[in-house]
Design a protein around this ligand. Sequence first.
Ligand code: NAD
Length: 539
Amino acid sequence: MDAVLPVKSYEIISTNPATGEEIGRVPIGSADDVAAAVRDARKAFDGWRLTSFAERRRLVLAAREVILAEMDDIALLISRESGKPVAEAISMEIAPVLDLMRYLANSAEKLLRPQKIGIGLYGLLGRVSQVVYRPLGVVGIIPAWNYPFSIPLGEAVMALLAGNTVIIKPSELTPFVGLRIGAIFTKAGFPENAVQVVTGAGETGAALVAAAPDKIMFTGSVATGRKIAEAAAANLTSVVLELGGKDPMIVFEDANLDLASSAAVWGAFCNAGQSCSSVERLYVQSSVAEELTRMIVAKTKLLKVGAGDADDVSVGAMSSERQLKTVFDHVEEFRAAGATIETGGEMLVPGFNEPTERVETAGGLFYMPTVITGATNDMLPMQAETFGPTLPIATFETEEEAIRLANDSEFGLTASVWTRDGARGRRVAERIEAGTVCINEVLYTHGIAQTPWGGFKNSGRGRTHGREGLLELVQPQHIHTNRLAVLPDAWWMPYSSTAADAFRGFATHFAEGSPLKAMALMPRLWKRIRELMRFNKGR
Ligand code: NAD
């Protein structure tokens, strides 16, 4: 570490959670900085909204090339600032976002193509309707720290392709990754202020919301999501909220237990358990509980814990002391409530833990991957999001009970069902209250950019990814044309008894939707139109 410099109240010190080493310092953006950024973004929008899809596509693909050329360096930065292994930075952030960029660059135009809408019997009156998708303006992106590259970058790419300009306020724990995203867009040749990055903590995020951009894409905790929704309401700014999860994995006795146990280990401990879609609760049918637990414990004991730049490390550092403390508290709650810690259950305290074959922690923030049995839904950490390397296991007897336990949560982001019985997998999936339910798969679907991502219940509002996600970043405009604009409409003024008769006919014949019935209305309609023409003549 460099000589220790005094901390200024207007800067954030970014540190490597695996070592405590300072990475660098960034300014804390003030409300004035943020307001200026929004003004600049609005000016840039005037030009950017007019660019063709071909031009936007060209620039996004150029940004993709920049990432490919700098991949190892970017992965190392993500690892140093967030604590995750370099391998995971590539597999869970860089690869999926490159895929997203390719897919959306090539398909945004098609996904946002004007849509002709069938308007029923109004069509017989010579009317046509089309929906065109117009950009919103300035999109503010406020991400969490756990996927500091792929989430804000993916959202920015989607917003830009839809014709918006973007301001990113990265998490205070990962500001340099945020700045790197800005640098990638600049290198790719995006116009000035099409993408801006303003560093800072919660106050800077709040200032961005208060500066009334046209949309806020927020990823983070339920508590902050609530604050943002409240603050955004003052300007009626619409928000997408991607919030927490408490994802259940249900394993039936006919599941492939070897696969299910490996999936549980990856799903719970990937990113040191700091994924919104981590397996946070495992429910196993009691007849196979012992066998599945044995496999999970054995596989967990093989995982190496340490700084993310070593190739053989599977579980990296926790992102912050606050996060480490939550994990510590939850494991102690489990212990106190009578659950059994099968492996792990230990915080690795700098200076106390001797390096071993499995642990090379170099004084950072680490928690051993922990498997817990005897968990029940009335234990607090089975309800609150842990966001750490813990895998509590509970048992169930019947399908009905499994569904009830899985749904017994304020969250509903993702879930998984493990069974060889396809019909049961589908049946259970459709009864789970979650935005995504995987059958014989876990965690990774945020990486499929074609599919909608978002939560039920307190896990969020709105969607990112897929066509549904793209539609969050545009406003639909309905364009309605009267191709027979030579006659007055029967429903125009002034009203009369002829009008009332025609309107009754509309209610009883036209609104039925049957062309045959509507034909019977024609004489009354024509009488009414002639009345209006006589009235209007010469006035
Ligand atoms: P957080 O809510 O503490 O912070 C998230 C972001 O909000 C940060 O950039 C922060 O600076 C900013 N912020 C804080 N207060 C603010 C305010 N008043 N106004 C505006 N911005 C403010 O969350 P975190 O600890 O960074 O992230 C962890 C949470 O994120 C977990 O609950 C996790 O499940 C969730 N998450 C959800 C998804 C998803 O897709 N649903 C993805 C990743 C993470």
